[in-house]
Design a protein around this ligand. Structure first.
Ligand code: M6R
Length: 591
């Protein structure tokens, strides 16, 4: 779950500022260390533990010679964050520099063997075996690309690797297996990165690299070789993301910017209706649906279950990808198996999709070039645009939007499709009135724990709102279906436990109100997200976030969550944490 970058510039630009710029856009993948290696007569390296801006202040990372090089942002997996464990890793003669994302599971035995052959290791990482192996094979006469090929034949686990060698100047080699790496090109310059946002400022002409292919980049050309050394031709895809989409555009954090992107991202996703219809027509009869996903994507899938079962009457099972192997997954060709993932690279979800044959597989992803699109028979793209904050916001609402469109199409529900078109305006209303949410944040700043409750369509919203709160503010937050309170959790309610109740108008309103009364009777502080004209609920609440009354319980999952994303964001700001870089987390979980 690190970020890796490489570039070979064929104009008079220096590589280091470009590498640094690209690495900054990958910070969501890891932010405990950063490092660069460039080549100019020898390999130059600057690296250390810490956030990019801190290390940059100390080392002036952009000031390095050479017009090609590699870079890395780290999310420590093997070896704690430290200067020595930071990438790039070199061999002891400093002829090879390597950046790596993934985990080499057999590194200990490889390391022992290399040590017995006289290699000296200075880090605790798994990656260092790669630089020593490349050095060893080059010493034995292999060129850089074949040394890399021989090296990966020995590696178990996952990897994306980019390497340079002082013995073969003006060359970058790279490969991948189970960790992402994309290639870009423009005006004779070449770029490599773990993800498209890193390079979108420099090019939107992107190529994928398949498993175990090796790319060799020189000043003259980019060549992709398959496992048998055949040259593979690949046409770049023009991605419709723009450089502005990966900037903060005046917002203090990516998360806030991405929350504000939602009216537009939902609008863009709604424009996919014809493509989705075509896919569903092509799939034909669907008797049941199973969705696998993790984290926020799992909550979007759970919202999908409520919407699809209610509007299309198709039984829909939602399984946590990490638990998929432990459930009885009886599926035939009339089952639609959906993988839901913003990144399209989440290891557990990929594993679940790969583990089963028979059903038609549909990927719902936000990244056009991703592993999941290769596994699936069909792909629906959520059009959220690049999301750089670790906490998913606009990709969540884009996923839920796709769930609505599938439900409406499978249920022939034109009315629902019409209603969806109003959603961006309802979200705009919340964003325009966010001051009230900001001021509420001051009250809940010192809360040690929070409860979220919701019923029916609003239950997955409660789960997602609680996840957002815990992952960025570090407040312990739990979500329950409101009807479940009396079966146990009510024992925890007292005047120290604020309960945030999601209570839109609709058939579940009164039952949710009953639950609200139950917690109020235990002196809990009541915060509600409810309709502007719901005087009854407002009278019973200490604080209310008011939503347009036209948003009924069916549409609520797409609208009410935005208010709760903002609440999590503003509490986090009050607590002086950085919402874009929550501790211990990385955005793309490829292990
Ligand atoms: O890329 P994916 O959607 O598959 O990622 C799944 C989860 O790792 C992700 O949603 C995670 O829970 C986020 N940090 C939520 O904000």
């Amino acid at each position: 779950m690190c970020g890796i970058v490489g570039c070979m510039l064929n104009d008079n630009r220096k590589a280091a500022p470009v590498l640094l710029d690209c690495a900054k856009k990958l910070e969501y993948r890891g932010y405990d260390s950063v490092g660069l290696a460039t080549y100019d007569e020898r390999i130059h390296v600057k690296k250390d533990e810490g956030y990019i801006e801190t290390v940059d202040e100390a080392l002036n990372l952009a000031d390095m010679p050479g017009n090609y090089g590699i870079a890395h942002v780290r999310w420590a997996s093997v070896g704690k964050p430290s200067k020595l464990n930071s990438h790039p890793h070199l061999d002891e003669k400093e002829t090879v520099a390597v950046v790596h994302n993934g985990t080499i599971t057999n590194y200990s035995e490889l390391k022992d063997k290399l040590i017995s052959e006289g290699h000296k290791f200075i880090s605790q990482t798994d990656t260092e075996v790669i630089s020593h192996l490349i050095e060893k094979f080059m010493d034995e006469g292999s060129d850089l690309e074949h040394a890399l090929r021989r090296c990966i034949e020995l590696l178990d686990g996952s990897y994306a690797i980019v390497a340079i060698s002082a013995k073969e100047p003006n060359k970058i080699v790279a490969t991948r297996k189970d960790s992402p790496l994309v290639l870009g090109q423009k005006d004779g310059s070449y770029y490599l990165a773990s993800d498209i946002p890193a390079m979108i400022k420099y090019t939107n002409r992107i190529m994928e690299l398949n498993k175990k292919e090796i790319v060799v980049i020189t000043k003259e050309k980019l060549e992709i070789h398959d496992e048998h050394d055949n040259i593979m031709f690949r046409t770049p895809i023009e991605i419709d993301w723009t450089p502005e989409m990966v900037e903060k555009n005046g917002y203090e954090h990516y998360m806030l910017k991405e929350i504000h992107d939602q009216p537009e991202s939902v609008r863009r996703t709604l424009l996919q209706i014809d493509e989705i219809k075509e896919i569903l027509d092509d799939i034909g009869e669907i008797e049941k649906i199973c969705i696998v996903a993790c984290g926020t994507s799992y909550h979007a899938a759970l919202s999908g279950k409520y919407i699809i079962e209610s509007e299309a009457r198709i039984p829909t099972n939602v399984v946590l990808a990490s638990e998929f192997a432990h459930s009885l997954n009886i599926m035939d060709e009339k089952t639609l198996l959906i993988g839901m993932s913003q990144s399209g690279e989440t290891a557990d979800t990929l594993k679940a999709l790969n583990s089963i044959e028979g059903p038609t597989k549909l990927a719902i992803v936000n990244v056009e070039i991703s592993e999941m699109t290769k596994i699936a028979d069909y792909t629906i793209l959520t059009k959220a645009g690049p999301e750089l904050s670790v906490a998913a916001t606009k990709t969540y609402t884009a996923q839920v939007t796709v769930m609505y469109m599938i439900a409406a199409l499978l249920g022939n529900n034109e009315e629902l499709l019409d209603k969806l078109n109003k959603v961006p305006e309802y979200i705009e209303d919340i964003l325009e009135n966010s001051e009230i949410i900001k001021s509420m944040a001051k009250t809940y700043l010192y809360a040690n724990e929070l409860f979220y409750i919701g019923k029916g369509f609003s239950y997955p919203t409660a789960l997602e709102a609680a996840l957002k709160m815990k992952e960025i503010s570090y407040i312990h937050a739990e979500a329950y279906a409101s009807g479940e309170l009396k079966h146990g959790p009510l024992a925890l309610i007292d005047n120290n436990m604020p309960v945030i109740t999601i209570i839109p108008p609709g058939k579940d309103h009164n039952l949710t109100l009953n639950s609200l009364e139950e917690v109020k009777a235990r002196n809990s502080r009541i915060v509600t997200v409810c309709s502007e004209d719901d005087d009854l609920v407002q009278d019973k609440s200490e604080e209310c976030i008011l939503i347009n009354p036209d948003v009924d319980e069916i549409l609520a999952p797409l609208v009410y969550i935005v208010a709760l994303q903002l609440l999590a964001y503003y509490i986090t700001i009050e607590k002086k944490h950085n919402p874009d870089r929550p501790r211990n987390l990385a955005k793309t979980v490829t292990v």
